[in-house]
Design a protein around this ligand. Structure first.
Ligand code: NDP
Ligand code: MG
Length: 388
């Protein structure tokens, strides 16, 4: 056997998945691919599996198995299909797993990976928002290492005192403010999905781009940070920083503030988790602060961006609230992308579901799935009420 590290990428065809592939394909002697997964993108999945000589490729949509088999014909790559098959490959041994499925759909696979152990690079924040305690509990129990890929959390991870968190006074997440940072609510009322997915600094999948435009993304990230960094709920702050150069900060009790900076390119935090605890080279452009010129900061405006306030409240309340918030948001964002609801309806739907649906805290993963399903049903009702 070579000394190569074995890698699985869950969500290999997405924005994070392809950035991860880009890095590992630059160093083929360092990595070997166990499994790649996607939901519907057979062509993208098959091409990546052929290039990396993956052992197995899994497509989530079971109806696409024959297409995947045809696309992999003669390659020697095994084909499988269905959500359970994704969970099965996530449970197979790999030194390093990228969890980059979007949404709560990633929860079962990421739990399977955590239970198997090894290193899990987590991009799929929705899973941690919905089932944070269960996930961090499983990681502890199985000795799995959970490394944050999300740029803010990766930045905090690099600045955080992992030996003694009581030395940390505040964790400060930066937010770009999204494409509508300076817009009024009246202006935001009629924005289209095309406008909303155009993020000023980052190129990302559709769902997280909409979350960035509503600032729900920053709210989900507050909850994500709470599960990753053991300081109290009251010690997380958000600051808007339109240039996305300072990726986040940790403030210490002596007044020192440590920050991680870089060009906005997800390959930097992904590479950090790939090489951790060492470092690896990336093709990312070096940070040219003279060209950036200035770094601006402003307080977030919860009146214009109520999603952030909803998420903060869900974090403080705990229990099932974050899972309800997340599921309602997933439904509302999908409806906005499908042009069935307006931009400002997203936060309104989430607020409505949180008002009407308050299940008890989850004790098991099945509880989380029940809460998630219940919140999705309620979000459907909220949308019917909007349409009426
Ligand atoms: P994309 O939409 O670009 O990619 C999502 C990936 O998940 C694709 O491979 C997709 O397959 C797969 N997928 C979609 N639905 C399902 C499903 N139901 N079951 C299994 N697989 C599915 O998303 P991103 O790469 O932008 O984001 C992935 C995760 O990373 C999200 O949780 C996001 O919040 C987080 N993240 C992303 C950042 C970014 O810069 N993009 C930054 C920080 C966090 P297919 O292509 O076949 O649809
Ligand atoms: Mg982020």
């Amino acid at each position: 056997m070579s000394g190569r590290r074995s890698i699985t990428i869950l969500g290999a065809t997405g924005s994070i998945g392809t950035s991860t592939l880009d890095l590992i394909e630059r160093e083929p002697e360092a990595f070997e691919v166990v499994a790649l997964t996607a939901q519907r993108d057979v062509a993208g999945l098959a091409a990546a599996a052929r290039r990396t000589r993956a052992r197995i490729a899994v497509i989530g949509d079971a109806a696409l198995l024959a297409d995947l088999r045809a696309a992999l014909d003669g390659s020697g790559v095994q084909a499988a299909a269905g959500h359970d098959a994704i969970v099965d490959v996530a449970a197979e041994r790999a030194d390093w797993t990228m969890a980059a499925i979007v949404g709560a759909a990633g929860l079962k696979p990421v739990m399977a990976a955590l239970q198997r152990g090894g290193t899990i690079a987590l991009a799929n924040k929705e899973s941690l928002v919905s089932a944070g305690d269960l996930m961090t509990g499983a990681a502890r129990q199985r000795g799995a290492t959970l490394l944050p890929v999300d740029s803010e959390h990766n930045a905090v991870f690099q600045c955080f005192d992992h030996e003694d968190a009581s030395r940390v006074r505040r964790v400060i997440l930066t937010a770009s403010g999204g494409p509508f940072r300076t817009w009024t609510r009246a202006e935001m009322a009629s924005v289209t999905p095309e406008q909303a997915v155009k993020h000023p600094n980052w190129s990302m999948g559709a769902k997280i781009s909409i979350d960035s435009a509503t600032l729900m993304n920053k709210g989900l990230e507050l909850i994500e940070a709470y599960h990753l960094f053991p300081v109290g709920v009251d010690r997380f702050d958000v600051i808007v920083h339109p240039q996305s150069v300072v990726h986040s900060m940790v403030e210490y009790i002596d007044g020192s503030v440590l920050a991680q900076l870089g060009t906005p390119d997800m390959r930097t935090p992904i590479a950090h988790t790939l090489a951790w605890p060492t470092r690896m080279k990336t093709p990312c452009a070096p940070l040219d602060l003279a060209a950036v010129g200035r770094l601006d900061f402003e307080a977030p405006d919860i009146d214009r961006f109520p999603a952030l306030g909803l998420a903060k409240a869900a974090l403080v309340a705990g229990g099932a609230r974050p899972a309800v918030l997340n599921a309602a948001n997933e439904v509302a964002v999908a409806a906005f992308l499908g042009k069935r609801v307006a931009f400002l309806d997203i936060a309104a739907i989430v607020a409505d579901v949180l008002d009407r649906f308050d299940p008890p805290p989850p004790a098991t993963l099945d509880d989380v799935f029940e809460i998630d399903a219940g919140a999705r049903r309620e979000a459907g009702r909220a949308m019917e009420a909007l349409a009426a």
